[in-house]
Design a protein around this ligand. Structure first.
Ligand code: FDA
Length: 311
């Protein structure tokens, strides 16, 4: 991982940078590029627009690293409201939700995993009622075992729960093999956190090679691969592998983030692929925004500008 990107991701958790970035005058425009808005209504409005463009959606209520039970409960309730509204609006067939376990209690000490599991169950029950699905996002490597454990527990009642695997982790090829079972929805992404060299590839080319190895396993397996990347080469390889495995277009999907390469999203949908856009909304956008900014070297100028104009 490039030094600047890694430094930024690490310092982003310190709190000091947070107050600089969130108060910087030019932040609003940048947030608007990547985030649908602050309210459920904003998420529904953007979902409708994407649906009209023949895209499908997964909606993330922003928030992570929750330190209070009440906050975990409030986030869970926000998802329940969102799912009911999606159903009422007739959007549940094209829009599902993505959930970070740390937003619904995973980090709340010894009880954290079971609190998150219970909250995730409530969200899954609401999704089932609405007629849609849930994907559990993957966070930093210290949470991978716990998150996959929770996914397995949820899948006993809700087999459609999606898992996320990060190609940059050394362990992920094995996880792909284990999870590529009948009907298993698996989102493959590169990985967005600052990870130590002991667990993850640091070099971008190595991450890309690992991504392709994982894609080969998932496309050859019996699951439903969800190819989450904006990298044109990897999208091309994913489609070629699907063709090689004689997969029909409805047995895998392509996923991208809201605000990133929208014309490519439209082009791929026009070719008949299922393209799902990850749409975040809510007030707690800081952690999400920093990861997006760290992904693109040109975005570093934004940080420099924020720091210079902090007064
Ligand atoms: P890469 O970063 O190499 O980007 C390829 C190209 O895409 C760039 O050259 C640029 O053109 C464009 N691009 C990428 N990011 C951009 C940005 N921020 N702004 C502008 N242009 C950009 N991660 C994780 O750890 N856990 C998770 O649960 C998820 N979930 C998830 C869902 C979905 C639907 C997607 C698309 C991604 C994730 N991610 C994630 C994030 C993922 O791990 C990764 O950090 C980003 O997708 C960026 O990596 P790319 O694969 O796009 O490649």
């Amino acid at each position: 991982m490039p030094v600047l990107r890694e430094a930024l991701l690490r310092v982003s958790r310190s709190g000091a940078l947070k107050s600089v970035i969130t108060r910087a005058p030019i932040t609003k425009g940048v947030v608007e590029r990547y985030v649908a808005g602050e309210t459920t209504e904003d998420a529904l409005r953007v979902t409708r627009t994407l649906a009209d463009a023949n895209l499908t959606v997964t909606i993330d209520h922003l928030g992570e690293d929750t330190t209070k039970v009440a906050q975990a409960t409030a986030t869970t309730e926000a998802y329940l409201e969102l799912l009911a509204r999606l159903s009422d609006a007739g959007l549940a067939d094209i829009a599902e939700v993505s959930v970070k376990l740390s937003a619904i209690g995973q980090q709340l000490g010894a009880e954290g995993e079971s609190i998150a599991t219970e909250n995730a169950r409530l969200i899954c029950a609401a999704a089932a009622e609405a007629g849609t699905t849930v994907t559990i996002d993957m966070e930093d490597h210290t949470t991978t075992d716990s998150t996959l454990f929770v996914v397995r527990a949820l899948r006993r009642d809700y087999p459609w729960v999606g898992a996320v695997l990060q190609a940059y982790l050394f362990r992920t090829e094995d996880d792909c093999r284990e999870l590529a079972t009948e009907g298993s929805r698996i989102r493959l992404c590169k990985g967005a956190y600052a990870e130590p060299d002991s667990v993850a590839y640091a070099d971008a080319a190595e991450v890309d090679k690992a991504y392709v190895r994982c894609l080969k396993i998932l496309m050859a397996g019996a699951g439903y691969p969800m190819v989450a990347t904006h990298d044109p080469r990897l999208v091309e390889i994913a489609v070629a592998l699907a063709e090689r495995e004689q997969r029909a277009k409805d047995t895998f999907e392509l996923q991208m983030l809201y605000g990133i390469r929208p014309s490519e999203q439209a082009r791929l949908a026009k070719l008949g692929h299922t393209v799902r856009v990850y749409v975040p909304y809510g007030t707690d956008w800081y952690g999400y925004l920093v990861r997006r900014l760290a992904e693109k070297p040109a975005n570093m100028r934004f940080f420099a500008h924020s720091l210079v104009s902090r007064s």
